[in-house]
Design a protein around this ligand. Structure first.
Ligand code: FE2
Length: 250
């Protein structure tokens, strides 16, 4: 555990091939070694394992852009719309398509370091508003939306947060969940986040993983963003995820 935790701090995402022996209960137990497990309020879980989130894409489950304007094919940090976004996730490939379906991760410390010193200084005091409603709101019935907004009101996080393990600064805004920069009017707040979202999409800061059945990825959600490629055509892609609770960004 200590070795894996240290490797995660160093590399931000870890990959394991051929974990054929890993059961659903085993994945849940493995995740629980690294923190309290949490459930995603908008995603289905595996039967018998409420902590095991099922991400399935198949020809009969097309991307619902009418309901959900954003999806996994946008750079994001999971649940940044919560006061205490998750620490990390462990994702296991149950079923992979013949081709496509890679996941990419971006190192948001590198993304911050890649900005000019004057931009870094300008960003440090800023805070941004994150809200589940931007991504999930359009797909929710009105009463459920009201209930979720009570449970998960919009939150403010620093635009530049600190890696809790190393103290390194990193860029912490993402397009599907960040709605604006706090204290700015909408003209300023429209332009600046767009510029910052684009930092995650620079290949220099990324790695890309091609899944095989029973591949596992373990990422630090505090310091990375990820992007799931929607290029599987008529293939089927099913992933199982456990997610460990984190703390409020500072
Ligand atoms: Fe995600």
């Amino acid at each position: 555990m200590a070795e894996l935790r240290a490797a995660l701090v160093e590399h931000k995402v870890l990959f394991f091939r051929d974990q054929h022996q890993l059961t659903e209960a085993g994945q849940v137990a493995f995740g629980a070694l690294f923190g309290e497990l949490e459930q995603h309020p908008f995603a289905p879980a595996a039967s018998g394992h409420p902590e095991l989130m099922v991400l399935r894409r198949a020809p009969d489950t097309p991307v619902g852009r009418a309901k959900y304007p954003y999806g996994e094919d946008f750079w994001h940090s999971d649940v940044s719309w919560r006061a205490d976004p998750s620490f990390g996730s462990i994702l296991r490939a149950k079923e992979v398509p013949a081709m496509g379906g890679d996941t990419l991760w971006a190192d948001m410390e590198a993304a911050f370091a890649g900005l000019s010193p004057s931009m870094q200084e300008a960003l440090r005091p800023l805070r941004a508003v994150h809200d589940f409603d931007k991504s999930f709101g359009p797909g929710l019935p009105p009463e459920q939306k009201v209930a979720m907004a009570e449970r998960y009101p919009a939150v403010e996080h620093p635009v530049v947060r600190t890696n809790p393990d190393t103290g390194a600064p990193l860029l912490y805004v993402n397009e599907p969940f960040t709605t604006r920069i706090a204290g700015m009017d909408i003209r300023e707040s429209d332009a600046l986040p767009r510029l910052l979202y684009r930092q995650a999409s620079k290949p220099e800061y990324q790695c890309r993983f091609s899944w095989r059945a029973d591949s596992v990825a373990f990422w630090d959600n505090r310091v990375t963003q990820h992007y799931a490629c929607h290029d599987i055509g008529s293939g089927v892609r099913e992933m199982h995820r456990v997610t460990m609770a984190g703390e409020a960004p500072h």
